[in-house]
Ligand binder design. Structure first.
Ligand code: S3P
Length: 428
């Protein structure tokens, strides 16, 4: 249990958040199936991305990691070897789902296992389309939950219409599609993050995007590439919100990824009236990034739903906290995907923020938050339930809470932001 800082008077300074989790995973994966050397700078050394490295090493890929610098020596997809051990995906949904996409094209057997949280997350959304392509998959509940075993091989292309707006589903099918005979297309209900598409192009592959459909043709040869991973906007989000709600604050976040499929949090902050500026935008062709400054702001409630949801799905816990400090009722809807994240984030956000006095209620597909509420606690004990984003949201909530707050399972934060508490300390 960790005592959290409460009643923080001001947050000031400049930080650079760690590399983007989604991009770090993909850089290792594409590096492993490409031919030649891939160098990755500003790689996220969070536990999730280390799980990805570990799985590919177990398939014989030469991966050297020195802090945030990673070098992957790929021998093409045919260079992957049958793992001698079970592949452990840890807490990482992205590792599980994207890896299944790659394994679908490999003619060997592999078995995937993860932690308690992974064992509850639905995998049918990828195992079903991968089976349609020809992969043989088994697992608990007919292949819906880990442990999952897979034997891939020669794949046929499909046109898959996904019922969910999920980049993990889209990416798993596109990665399998890279190994199929012909053109594979995925159509999504709403556009999700497009890091896989951008990165396949960077590795010399062709991906065609047409509205909500994305296509790849199989048997393309990818070549190793040099990648700089921008800061993770999903990690920056905690300090963007902290800067807006802690009094007397001004925080500069350097080199934050600004891919438009991820910037819903910035749209929400601006709609709420936050004092935010973005400068030095660059790399718009590959993965855009820039520097963001946020200052203490007077905020008003907003309604969040529809096409905005996939652009901020991971930021909803911290947006819920933001909304407690906005004047009026904020409604978050169309977000039932929150129920199948590392925890059921509708339940965990509502139960833990209530312990600090927030006026928040769960709805079928989101939540309603009434503001503005002064947060107060008398020796409150809050719990991340092993969910990194819930843990960080609660640490920021404590900053504006009067009283004392302790966090259970704070170690989960290392999944995506191992230096989170150091950065908070620097800004205090
Ligand atoms: C991710 C996609 C999102 C997101 C997750 C990372 C990715 O999940 O929540 O943290 O890297 O593709 P879904 O695809 O399940 O929406």
């Amino acid at each position: 249990m960790q005592a959290l800082r409460t009643n923080v008077q001001s947050l000031r300074g400049t930080i650079e958040v760690p590399g983007d989790k989604s991009i770090s995973h993909r850089a290792v994966m594409l590096g492993a199936i490409a031919r030649g050397t891939t160098t990755i700078a500003h790689f996220l050394t969070g536990e999730d991305c280390l799980s990805t490295i570990d799985c590919f090493r177990k398939m014989g890929v030469d991966i050297a990691q020195n802090g945030t610098d990673v070098v992957v020596k790929g021998n093409g997809i045919a260079g992957l070897l049958e793992p001698q051990e079970i592949l452990n995906v840890g807490n990482s949904g992205t590792t599980t789902r994207l890896l299944l996409g790659i394994l679908a094209g490999c003619s060997f057997h592999a078995c995937l296992i993860g932690d308690e949280s992974i064992a509850k997350r639905p995998m049918k959304r990828v195992t079903e389309p991968l089976r349609m392509m020809g992969a043989r998959i088994d697992g608990r509940d007919g292949g819906n939950y880990t442990p999952i075993s897979i034997r891939g091989g020669s794949l046929q292309p499909i046109h898959y219409t996904s019922p969910v707006a999920s980049a993990q589903v889209k990416s798993a099918i596109l990665l399998a599609g890279l190994m199929a005979d012909g053109t594979t297309t995925v159509t999504e209900p709403i556009k999700s993050r497009d890091h896989t598409e951008r990165m396949v192009r960077l590795f010399g592959g062709e991906v065609i995007t047409n509205g909500l459909s994305v296509s790849v043709t199989g048997k393309q040869q990818l070549r190793g590439a040099d990648i700089y991973v921008p800061g993770d906007i999903s990690s920056a989000a905690f300090f963007l919100v902290a800067g807006a709600i802690v009094p007397n604050s001004e925080i500069v976040l350097k080199n934050v990824g600004l891919n438009p499929t991820r910037t819903g949090i910035i749209d929400v902050l601006q709609q709420m009236g936050a004092d935010l500026t973005i400068e030095n935008i660059r790399n718009e062709e590959t993965e855009p990034l820039g520097d963001i400054t946020i200052r203490t702001s007077k905020l008003k409630a907003v309604e969040i739903g529809g096409a905005l949801i996939p652009r901020l799905i991971d930021e909803i816990p911290i947006i819920a906290l933001l909304a407690t400090q906005a004047e009026g009722t904020t409604v978050i809807k169309d977000a039932s995907e929150l129920k199948v994240k590392e925890t059921n984030r509708i339940d965990t956000v509502v139960s833990e923020l209530r312990k600090l006095g927030a006026e928040i209620e769960a709805t079928e597909d989101g939540m309603r938050i009434h503001g503005k509420t002064a947060l107060k606690a008398k020796e409150a004990i809050v719990d991340s339930y092993g969910d990194h984003r819930i843990g960080m949201m609660l640490a920021i909530a404590a900053c504006i809470t009067e009283g004392t707050v302790s966090l259970k399972h704070s170690e989960a934060i290392a999944v995506s932001y191992p230096t989170f508490f150091e950065h908070l300390q620097v800004l205090c």
